[in-house]
Design a protein around this ligand. Structure first.
Ligand code: KIV
Ligand code: ZN
Length: 507
C-alpha cells in the first residue's frame, strides 16, 4: 500500500520555539522537499503574517510536483487568505476536546461542530480541496469525535485528519479511533502525531496499520514542544520493518536523499539533530565497540538493520576504550596504513589507556599512535598550503588569498567569507572543488601557553557531502593560519580516504 506523505516542516515545523523562516528560506525548503518526493507540502498558515503570505505565494507559483496546502482556522478570513495566496487545498481545523472548548475557544460542542461544518461548506463553495482536522482529537470524547467527522464529511470534506495534538495517545488508542473514523465516513484519513511521550512515529505507524492513508510529518521531527513524527523515521519504518505478511508499505520518498535533506533543513532552521537520532543522527551508523565493529566488518547486517547507503549515508568507526583489533585495523586501512598483528595490539593498548583516562580518541590521535608504534612518517599529503594571506577588519568583508600545491602543481585563488577562516576555506574550495567540498563540523581552539604570544592548538572535524569525516589538529602561533592548516589536513585526510575507497572498490 502506498502511504501519502504530507510534510508540515514549513508549518508545524516552523512552530518550533525559536524558529522563524524568511520567504526565500521557505521556498528553498519547499523545493528540497519536492525533490525528496513528498506528496503534499503544508507551506504555512497564510493569515499569520504578510511574509507568510509572500512565502506561500512563491511556493504555490513554483511549479512543484507536490500538492501545496495551507492551514486555516474554521474562519472565513483564514480561508479567504488561503485563496488570496493561490492555494487550492486547505487544512482547516477546530479543537474538539472539552479541555480546548472550555478553556481556549469558550464554545460548546454544538457551536464547534457548527463552525466546522460552515467552514467546510464555505471552502468547498470556493472550489477548494479540504482536509479537516479535529484538533486534540485523541482527548476528544470518542462519540463526539465521530459525530464531528461525520458532519464535516456530509458538508463535503475531502480528507480527515486525526491530530494527536499533545502526543497523548497510545498506539492502541489511535488505531481504534482511526478505525472509528474510517467506518463512520469512508474518507481517506491522515494522522498528525506529536512527540510529547516519544511515541509520535509509533502512533503514526499504528494508525497507518489500522487503515490511515497518510501521515503528517516533519523533517528531523521538528515542531512544537517535543516535535512531530519525523519523516525519515516514519518512511524507513514503513519501508523496512516487518509488517503483516501480505501487506507492504511504500512511499514516494527517494530515501537516498534523506540525510542530505535532513542536514540542509537543520542548517537553515538552526535546529541541530541529536546525535543518537534514528536514521539521520550523527551516530546512527557509527560503531565503536569491538564486538560490534567485528560483526559489522564481517557482515554489516549483524549490527545495522538497514544499509546506510539506503538513506544516503556511510558507516563509520570510532576507536575508544570499547574498541577491538578489527576496528582499529579497519580504521587505519582507510588511510592506507596496515600494521602487523602485534602492532595493532600495541596501538589498541594505547587507545584503551587513553579511553580509561576519559579521553575521546579521534582519528588524529589514532594516526599519531599508529605512527609512533610503527615508527612511520605522517600520512601521504595530496594538498599543500604554500601561500596564504587574509585581510579582515571592521567595515569590510574578510578576504583571503590562497596558493596550494596539489601533487606538484600550483594553484591560486581568492574569496570572501563571514570571517577570515571562512574566507580561506572558501578560497581553498574554489581550487579543490567538489572533491573536497567539506564543512567544518567541530572547531576547538585551545591555548597551549599563556600570554599574547601563546601557541594555539586548533582541532577540527570536517565532513563532506557523502558523510565521510576526518579530524585534524594543528599547532601554531597564528590562529587563522593554524586553523587553515588544520582544514587543509582534514581535506587531505578526506581525499586520501576517498581515493583509497575508490581503489578498493575497483579491485
Ligand atoms: O497538532 C495539531 O493539532 C495541529 C493542528 C493545527 C492540526 O497542528
Ligand atoms: Zn501539530
Amino acid at each position: 500500500m502506498k502511504v501519502r506523505i504530507f510534510d508540515t516542516t514549513l508549518r508545524d515545523g516552523e512552530q518550533t520555539p525559536g524558529v522563524a523562516l524568511t520567504p526565500d528560506q521557505k521556498l528553498v525548503i519547499a523545493q528540497k522537499l519536492d525533490d525528496l518526493g513528498v506528496d503534499a507540502i503544508e507551506a504555512g498558515f497564510p493569515i499569520i503574517s504578510e511574509g507568510e503570505m509572500v512565502a506561500i505565494r512563491h511556493i504555490t507559483g513554483a511549479g512543484l510536483k507536490a500538492e501545496i496546502c495551507g492551514l486555516a482556522r474554521t474562519e472565513k478570513k483564514d480561508i479567504d487568505a488561503a485563496v488570496a495566496v493561490g492555494l487550492k487545498y486547505i487544512h482547516t481545523f477546530i479543537a474538539t476536546s472539552d479541555i480546548h472548548l472550555k478553556y481556549k475557544l469558550k464554545l460548546s460542542r454544538e457551536q464547534a461542530l457548527e463552525k466546522a461544518v460552515e467552514a467546510v461548506q464555505y471552502a468547498k463553495s470556493l472550489g477548494l480541496q479540504v482536509e479537516f482536522s479535529a484538533e486534540d482529537a485523541t482527548r476528544t470524547d470518542r462519540e463526539f469525535l465521530k459525530k464531528v467527522f461525520k458532519a464535516v464529511t456530509e458538508a463535503g470534506a475531502d480528507r480527515l485528519d486525526i491530530p494527536d495534538t499533545v502526543g497523548y495517545s497510545t498506539p492502541q488508542y489511535i488505531a481504534e479511533i482511526t478505525r472509528d473514523t474510517i467506518d463512520a465516513t469512508h474518507l481517506p484519513v491522515s494522522v498528525h502525531c506529536h512527540n510529547d511521550f516519544g511515541l509520535a512515529v509509533a502512533n503514526a505507524l499504528s494508525a497507518i496499520q489500522a487503515g490511515a492513508k497518510c501521515a503528517h510529518v516533519t523533517i528531523n521531527g521538528i515542531g512544537e514542544r517535543a516535535g512531530n513524527a519525523s519523516l525519515e523515521e516514519l518512511v524507513m519504518g514503513l519501508q523496512c520493518l516487518q509488517w503483516d505478511k501480505d501487506r507492504k508499505f511504500e512511499t514516494n520518498i527517494n530515501t537516498k536523499l534523506l540525510y542530505e535533506t535532513s542536514r540542509f533543513i537543520s542548517k537553515i532552521v538552526g535546529v541541530q539533530v541529536q546525535p543518537n537520532k534514528a536514521i539521520v543522527g550523527e551516530n546512527a551508523f557509527g560503531h565503536e565497540s569491538g564486538i560490534h565493529t567485528h560483526g559489522v566488518l564481517s557482515n554489516p547486517l549483524t549490527y545495522e538493520p538497514i544499509s546506510p547507503e539506503l538513506v544516503g549515508r556511510t558507516r563509520w568507526f570510532q576507536v575508544g576504550k570499547h574498541a577491538g583489533a578489527h576496528g582499529v585495523a579497519a580504521m587505519l586501512e582507510e588511510y592506507g596504513i596496515q600494521p602487523s598483528k602485534e602492532q595493532t595490539h600495541e596501538i589498541l593498548e594505547k587507545i584503551k589507556k587513553l579511553g580509561d583516562l576519559g579521553k575521546h580518541v579521534t582519528d588524529v590521535e589514532l594516526l599519531g599512535i599508529a605512527g609512533e608504534v610503527m615508527q612511520q612518517q605522517g600520512l601521504k599529503r595530496l594538498v599543500h598550503l604554500v601561500g596564504f594571506s587574509v585581510s579582515t577588519g571592521i567595515g569590510n568583508m574578510p578576504y583571503a588569498f590562497v596558493k596550494l600545491n596539489i601533487e606538484g602543481k600550483d594553484f591560486i585563488s581568492t574569496d570572501y567569507g563571514v570571517g577570515p577562516v571562512d574566507a580561506s576555506i572558501n578560497a581553498i574550495q574554489k581550487i579543490t572543488g567538489e572533491i573536497s567540498k567539506v564543512r567544518v563540523k567541530d572547531y576547538k581552539l585551545d591555548s597551549i601557553s599563556g600570554g599574547s604570544e601563546a601557541l594555539c592548538e586548533v582541532t577540527i572535524k570536517v565532513e563532506d557531502a557523502y558523510g565521510n569525516q576526518a579530524s585534524a589538529k594543528s599547532v601554531g602561533e597564528d590562529i587563522v593560519i593554524t586553523s587553515v592548516q588544520a582544514v587543509i589536513d582534514g581535506i587531505n585526510r578526506i581525499m586520501l580516504k576517498k581515493i583509497l575507497k575508490q581503489k578498493n572498490l575497483g579491485q
